[in-house]
Design a protein. Structure first.
Length: 281
């Protein structure tokens, strides 16, 4: 009798792992990489992909960023169909670009457009790290430059959210040229009395951090974002010193005067509204 009871208990207590997987739809839950809290993806999205437990900022797509900041129905995209080519005939580059287009539904690593933030007009550019790690190629530089020119023409501020691994190696010197090109456009904006707000998100590195991302009238960053030019290992080998644990984080840069403020995504729209209101007077 006792044997039969234990067998039955074991049988009913065991759930096949495959069956368990089928019962939980893919993408329903998300685990925070920082605090390991498991949460509903839908709730995380409502909270702008900021973990409720520890404040970790999860990745956000370019269009989600526009939705979180621009007033509903005001976003108009620029140069959506601009597509890069393979100017240096780099092997398999075209195939990689096409694969990223299918994976992300983006034509390039940046989306630009105009809209209003609580009624204040702005031109905005948002980099998306899902496309070639947000690397800066010719199209990225061209779209930023055109967006800055639109900002000058419309007489509204320019806002840029960067997320990039740096220059795109498959385009060689043509990629590096975008550093000067975008910087020249921003200098023109400055001479015209325009406003540039730069927000660095995780990660902002290489040629992007060394050019347009660091040229804002206001330089902000999201919490714990990785920001820097060369990697930690290369710097340590060069200067032959051990770097602090928080080196190249947004908080480290703020402490050393390279940022104006570290801003939570949940406070970003309110802060941008305040700045736009001040500069509209």
């Amino acid at each position: 009798m006792l044997k039969d009871f234990l067998k039955k208990k074991k049988r009913y207590a065991t759930i096949p792992s495959e069956r368990a997987k089928q019962e939980v739809p893919e993408g329903l839950m998300t685990k925070c990489p920082s605090c390991r809290t498991i949460m509903y993806t839908k709730e995380l999205k409502k909270n702008l992909y900021v973990c409720d437990s520890c404040g970790h900022h999860h990745r956000m797509t370019a269009y989600e960023r526009f939705d979180s900041l621009f007033d509903e129905g005001t976003f108009v995209e620029f140069d959506k169909n601009m597509i890069g080519e393979n100017p240096l005939d780099f092997p398999t580059y075209e195939e990689k670009l096409e694969a990223d287009r299918k994976k992300t539904d983006l034509n390039e690593a940046i989306v630009t457009g105009k809209g209003t933030i609580n009624g204040y007009g702005a031109v905005m550019a948002v980099m998306d790290s899902r496309f070639r790690m947000g690397s800066m190629g010719s199209v990225v530089g061209e779209k930023i430059t055109r967006a800055v020119e639109q900002s000058i023409e419309m007489g509204v501020p320019f806002i840029l959210f960067s997320a990039s691994g740096g220059a795109r190696m498959q385009e060689g010197v043509l990629s590096l040229m975008q550093m000067a090109k975008t910087s020249a456009a921003l200098e023109k904006l400055s001479r015209q009395g325009g406003l540039f707000i730069s927000v660095m998100t995780h990660p902002t590195t290489g040629g992007v951090s060394a050019s347009f991302a660091s040229l804002g009238d206001y330089n902000f960053a999201e919490p714990k974002a990785l920001i820097g030019f060369a990697g930690r290992r290369i710097i340590e080998q060069t200067i032959r010193q051990e770097l602090p644990d928080d080196f190249q984080t947004a908080e480290f840069l703020l402490k050393h005067g390279q940022l104006d403020r570290v801003v939570s995504r949940l406070e970003m729209k309110e802060l941008l509204t305040t700045i736009l209101e001040i500069h509209s007077i």
